[in-house]
Design a protein around this ligand. Sequence first.
Ligand code: ADP
Ligand code: MG
Length: 275
Amino acid sequence: MSDLGLNAPQHGGQLGEGYGRLRAAGPDFSHGIALYLEKVSVWFDAFQALNDLSLYINEGELRCIIGPNGAGKTTLMDVITGKTRPTQGTAFFGQNYNLAKMSTEEIAEAGIGRKFQKPTVFENFTVMENLLLAAPKNKQVKKSFFSRLEPDAQLALEQSLEQIRLKGLINKPAGLLSHGQKQWLEIGMLLMQRPKLILLDEPVAGMTDAETEHTAELCLELKKNHTLIVVEHDMSFINSISEKVTVLAQGAILAEGTLAEVQTNEDVIEKYLGR
Ligand code: ADP
Ligand code: MG
């Protein structure tokens, strides 16, 4: 394509007319950073859900975010995906996408995929049908015939099925899957969009120990070619996947470091762990 000529970062809301060009280019990670949040505050009327929060996620990083209920973890994901606008501060995906100026659809297209807390698969459709329905709109060609998918969509499908471990269950209605399998299917649906950055909000809530272990393996596999942000309360799960952990409390960062470091942090013990 001739219009991929983005080079210098141009912080300053250059969407609008240039958006088509930006979308074609994809996120610019040339500085090694996938996500920049700078001094982000979110107010809901008189309540401040995020308080001057700055967060930088490197490309290829798997960042865990923990913290008490109401800390602002889901609000943070809402800001990244465009569901909630920052009242103040800036949010960039790579050097070039100003998230505060993009719609949720534009953000998804730019390469940010999110799994919500509750699985939202189509229960009456099979595993395969759910994955095909999740393919980007223009890729949904001949969706009833696996072999006749566009090569790109078919590759995404095969890779998704492999990663979510549902290859043997493609014809099973999603409603008959276990809770854990539904969660993996939803991750698979996310992968159909070929995201660069994946956000998982409490992925192992309600899972059995075995399902939790599988999910940890899945996260580590996804990390090989994605940037991930994982919000969870389950400390043994966090322990099995984590590199850097960010602890959020009252809309602000309380501590950052390895899990062992933050678990021995006095503030973290007082405000989160030691109840
Ligand atoms: P967490 O995911 O860490 O448990 P949330 O981000 O869901 O926390 O919520 C942070 C705080 O913001 C909570 O006190 C919640 O009630 C409040 N909140 C979240 N979304 C809204 C909203 N749309 N309107 C008003 N208050 C909200
Ligand atoms: Mg939440």
